[in-house]
Design a protein. Structure first.
Length: 376
């Protein structure tokens, strides 16, 4: 099973597609080390994320606690305080680090509301590489404002020895906004094709399967169904800053319980968990993010192997690229069927914003308006 731990909703970025920074959690309320000890050993993949995890003063202690519990531990960061990760990488060089980068140069800064963010992230990741980091890379959210830069961003990452993870613009309860809709779905979807081809041209098997994941992002952007069924609450779960356990990080109604108050076994094997899995099976969301896509791509019995469908797609289209042939994307995605949005409001950059944060304490109101976040 994969586990995502949202350590905090505090964040020092001001992204146009996320208002976590306006609705931070309070440090005294955030999930504690004592509660995190309840996570069992044998986790396949454990991601420490946020908000911004480097704002946790006890991040190093959290890593010490959770590193032995997972086959792979990731820290998803905005990269603005890479120096706080240096002692962690020195101690655990194989920890996976991903810095959020939303395009080249100023494009990333504008989208993420970060002054000199692009330069800070690239310098920081290069420094972690010098210190011995072996699994370093960037993560980008594909949207109208960076879609034309995807192939260039991939080249930039690979030329510097870094990985590139991708997701598509989407809504989620933790973002505190529900207008994350592409302005031009068809244009954004078409731009992903070049990234897929570039990934298939590499010698990296990981990139070949990332290419399939990006095929799923084309379907996501167009508003079509997932390529593979979701396995939330079976293959992955999320823990929020208040220790509430959710099947996924999109639907706040799929809550399994609270890790501070309950045991791991009770949360994952109780009647509530079974009810949530039934709801997942009937879910009509077309989510396709790294966490929900890679688990869906795994073989149900042999976790290190892919399912038949992505494996066959990768074999066929890797061969096509090797032979210099074009990929017929229309075989896999119906470009004539594009979801029509009632409204697609323009997202604004908060790079120069002086808006004060609205600090709140824990309340169920955070996740009370699920209907706003249903989207294609």
């Amino acid at each position: 099973m994969d586990v995502g731990v949202i350590l905090t909703y505090r964040c020092n970025s001001k992204c146009s597609m996320c208002h976590i920074w306006q609705n931070p959690s309070l440090p005294v309320e955030e999930v504690s080390l004592a509660t995190l000890t309840k996570i069992p050993r044998g986790i396949d993949y454990l991601n420490l994320t946020g908000g911004e995890p480097t704002l946790r003063q006890d991040l190093a202690e959290i890593v010490d606690l959770l590193y032995p519990k997972a086959m792979k531990l990731e820290i998803s960061s905005n990269g603005l305080h890479a120096e706080r990760l240096e002692p962690i990488i020195k101690k655990y060089p194989d920890i996976k680090i991903r810095f959020s980068l939303e395009g080249m140069g100023e494009s990333s800064n504008v989208i993420r509301g970060e002054k000199d963010g692009f330069a800070k992230k690239t310098r920081g990741l290069l420094r972690l590489k010098e210190l011995g980091g072996t699994d370093l890379g960037f993560a980008t959210t594909i949207q109208d404002d960076n879609a034309t830069q995807l192939a260039e961003l991939f080249r930039f990452a690979t030329q510097n020895g870094f990985e590139l993870a991708t997701s598509a613009l989407h809504n989620g309860f933790q973002f505190h906004k529900s207008d994350n809709v592409p302005y031009d779905r068809l244009r954004v979807a078409r731009e992903i094709e070049a990234l897929i081809v570039a990934m298939l041209k590499t010698n990296s098997v990981k990139n070949w399967f990332r290419a399939y994941l990006n095929l799923g992002l084309i379907a996501k952007v167009l508003g079509q169904d997932r390529l593979l069924p979701c396995t939330a609450a079976t293959d992955f779960v999320f823990i929020d800053p208040w220790a509430d356990l959710f099947a996924c990080n999109v639907r706040p109604d799929l809550k399994l319980g609270n890790l501070e108050m309950q045991s791991w076994d009770e949360l994952l094997n109780g009647a509530r968990a079974n009810e949530m899995r039934n709801q997942v099976a009937a879910c009509k969301q077309n989510c396709w993010m790294v966490g929900s896509a890679k688990t869906a791509m795994r073989h149900p019995r042999f976790a290190r192997l892919p399912r038949r469908a992505p494996m066959l797609w990768v074999i066929e289209n890797k061969l096509r690229v090797m032979l210099g042939r074009k990929i017929d994307f229309a075989r896999y995605v119906d470009y004539a069927r594009v979801h029509r949005d009632i409204i697609s409001p323009r997202r604004v950059s908060h790079l120069q914003s002086s808006e004060r944060r609205n600090v709140q304490s824990k309340t169920d109101a955070h996740y009370s308006r699920f209907g706003e976040f249903l989207n294609r």
